[in-house]
Design a binder for this molecule. Structure first.
Ligand code: PHE
Length: 477
């Protein structure tokens, strides 16, 4: 075991897994999905998805990884057959594709951090125009503030930092980085919340965020909630199998998974609590109705928030805005390291390759794989409007395909546990570090959900997601 590396203990594992979970999905996607899907009602659906579907899948994945003590491919083939190994490989590929576009968005956030803290971004008048130009021209190196506008360079740096951390191994790299970044992330988040709640009109934002709108409850809300929950908890593609394989038998998986889920959900919830008071503060300042501020999609953090920071005045805007984008970078980085670790573990375990060589080779390869996503934001017209994908851009296409693969992967994992590996074997794994497990309610609950509820619901909802994506029947849902 020691030759593969391992986490030093429970805290290290939980911080790393929570770090994988907490990411762009929480800070950027959750608030706007909640805003667009009925506020508190979305939160309720989201929590139901976690309880009924995500928690059992999380426990299952960690148990598979720890029992097999191997990467995603190795774990499925060791506990099942080589054919099942391909499910692991499918997850590894999904991880590679997620990282390819995720790193592009992380690069945007890194660039914004630099431009707000050290440049003159907040002096711009037209934030929408700035963002459009920024993501469009990926190699623009001319900037008045002396900072390159180059996305290409920012995301290259982001990938390099990810690679440096992962190349240091599990304890000295991944665990150490998470131990610094995760607590800092919480501190920055809480700091900005306190500040944003003190702004004029903040309570109107809180009300908008937290008062449920039941008319928004429909199948679409459930599908969105589930997709978001799977992505946010890093499920269905082997990240937790891989991290689980570095976990000691002494630790309690069932309770660790609860802590990880709570850590992730609280950051998503708090991000909304940070964002909506800010948006309503802006509406107050500009004397407009908050609904006139477009909080949908990517523009929320890259267009609306910078405008808010600029309203705070030169110094305060720089400090709060800089802190916000640093928070986004930390959140993204703790996720990119887990995404890179998945294929790295595969090549190190299966092909017995040198860790450092694998890390740098894969980082470069995945960076190149991300170039079409990077160039799909306006630079290359045909990538910006895919004819076979309802005129959507390539980055959205890849992100959507990854969303689908996660819920499908989760459904197949449940089938793997009950039909191939054996749910009694999972039990045997979960008893390690949790002596009372066999008599616990958790056990009956996991059996019921993993055997019946999760595969059926995840199967049906995955089909709905596929239909929605390819045929655009959002209105039907
Ligand atoms: N959970 C991360 C987020 O919310 C994304 C992610 C997905 C990371 C899958 C690893 C694996 O941003």
């Amino acid at each position: 075991m020691s030759s593969r590396g391992n986490f030093s203990g429970r805290i290290g594992f939980i911080l790393a897994a929570a770090g994988s979970a907490v990411g762009l999905g929480n800070i950027w996607r959750f608030p706007y999905l909640a805003g667009a899907n009925g506020g508190a009602i979305f939160l309720v659906v989201y929590l139901a998805c976690i309880l009924l579907l995500c928690y059992p899948v999380m426990v299952g994945e960690i148990a598979i990884g720890r029992a097999a003590n191997s990467d995603a491919f190795g774990s499925y083939s060791k506990l099942g057959t080589r054919r099942w190994g391909y499910l692991g490989l499918f997850g590894i590929m999904a991880g590679v594709f997620i990282l390819s576009f995720y790193n592009v968005v992380a690069g945007w956030a890194f660039g914004y951090f630099l431009h707000i803290s050290f440049g003159d971004l907040l002096n711009h008048q037209d934030f929408g125009g700035f963002f459009g130009a920024y993501v469009n021209d990926i190699i623009d190196v001319s900037s008045a503030s002396g900072l390159a506008n180059s996305n290409l360079i920012f995301s290259l740096i982001f990938m390099a930092v990810t690679a440096i951390i992962v190349s240091q191994g599990i304890q000295k790299g991944i665990e150490a980085a998470n131990k610094i970044m995760m607590p800092s992330l919480y501190l920055i988040l809480l700091g900005i919340i306190v500040y944003s709640l003190s702004l004029p009109n903040a309570m109107s934002g809180v009300r908008f965020y937290l008062v449920p709108d039941f008319s928004e409850l429909n199948v679409g809300t459930v599908v969105n909630g589930l997709k978001q929950a799977f992505f946010s908890l890093s499920l269905g593609m082997g990240a937790l199998i891989t991290y689980g394989s570095y976990l000691s038998k002494k630790e309690n998986i069932a309770s660790s998974a609860i802590v990880i889920s709570i850590a992730d959900t609280s950051v998503a919830f708090f991000s909304g609590l940070m964002v909506f008071p800010l948006v309503h503060f802006l509406a107050f300042k500009l004397n407009i109705d908050p609904t006139q501020i477009g909080t949908q999609g990517p523009p929320l953090i890259f267009v609306v928030l910078p405008q808010i920071f600029s309203e705070m005045g030169a110094i305060l805007g720089r400090v709060v805005g800089g802190a916000f984008f640093l928070l986004v970078c930390f959140a993204a980085l703790t996720s990119t390291i887990s995404l890179l670790e998945v294929p790295v573990a595969y090549l190190v375990d299966q092909k017995k390759m040198n860790r450092k060589v694998v890390v740098w080779g894969l980082a470069l390869l995945i960076f190149i794989l991300g170039l079409p996503s990077m160039m799909s934001q306006g630079m290359i017209a045909s990538l910006n409007k895919l004819t076979f994908y309802r005129g959507q851009d390539f980055l959205t296409f890849i992100a959507d395909m990854c969303d689908i693969s996660l819920t499908v992967g989760g459904a197949l994992m449940c089938i793997f546990i009950s039909r191939q590996w054996g749910i009694d074997k999972m039990d045997a794994e979960l008893v390690n570090g949790n002596e009372g497990y066999m008599q616990s309610r958790t056990r009956s609950y996991l059996h019921f959900t993993i055997r019946w509820v999760a595969p059926v619901l995840l199967g049906v909802l995955s089909l709905l997601i596929i239909v929605e994506k390819f045929f655009g029947v959002e209105n039907l849902l």
